[in-house]
Design a protein around this ligand. Structure first.
Ligand SMILES: Nc1nc2c(c(=O)[nH]1)N=C([C@H](O)[C@H](O)COP(=O)(O)OP(=O)(O)OP(=O)(O)O)CN2
Ligand SMILES: [Zn+2]
Length: 129
């Protein structure tokens, strides 16, 4: 099995509702996003063409989030909720008979990040973003 990843960067503003601290105030981050697929190469030797993955993630995610106010798009936009939102956007578009989305990682700062691997891993009832 192969794992294929591509990373992206976007800048956005957010605030965390009911957060007791500085993050309740409007502020921004340069977010980093990593999308990872798992699968087997096709006859061209690719799980997925990096060029096509870049196009898809830009179209479905980056173009919506970059230089935007995340609270207008994702309720309570923590790194967790952003990662799940990205997963929900991309998962149906990436799967075929040889590959599927494996994980989504969102860095809020250089040393703070969350990885999401889909609803099978979730144990809590949550509101979908
Ligand atoms: N589990 C989570 N915890 C926090 C999140 C989150 O998304 N998931 N988000 C925040 C805030 O957005 C905050 O901006 C992040 O704060 P922090 O990690 O402290 O980042 P800083 O760069 O501001 O850290 P400094 O050490 O002050 O430079 C909070 N928690
Ligand atoms: Zn923040």
């Amino acid at each position: 099995m192969f794992f294929l990843s591509k990373e992206f960067v976007f800048d956005a503003a957010h605030r965390l509702d009911k957060y007791k601290g500085k993050c309740e105030n409007l502020h921004g981050h340069t977010y980093r996003l990593r999308v990872t697929l798992v699968g087997l190469p096709d006859e061209e030797g690719m799980i997925m063409d990096f060029v096509e993955l870049k196009r898809l993630v830009h179209e479905q995610v980056i173009s919506l989030l970059d230089h935007n106010y995340l609270n207008q798009i994702i309720p309570q936009p923590t790194a967790e909720n952003i990662a799940r939102w990205v997963w929900n956007k991309l998962e149906p578009l990436l799967k075929n008979e040889r590959r599927k989305l494996y994980e989504v990682t969102v860095w809020e700062t250089a040393d703070s990040f969350v990885t999401y691997r889909g609803s099978n891993d979730e144990r809590c009832a949550e509101s979908e973003g």
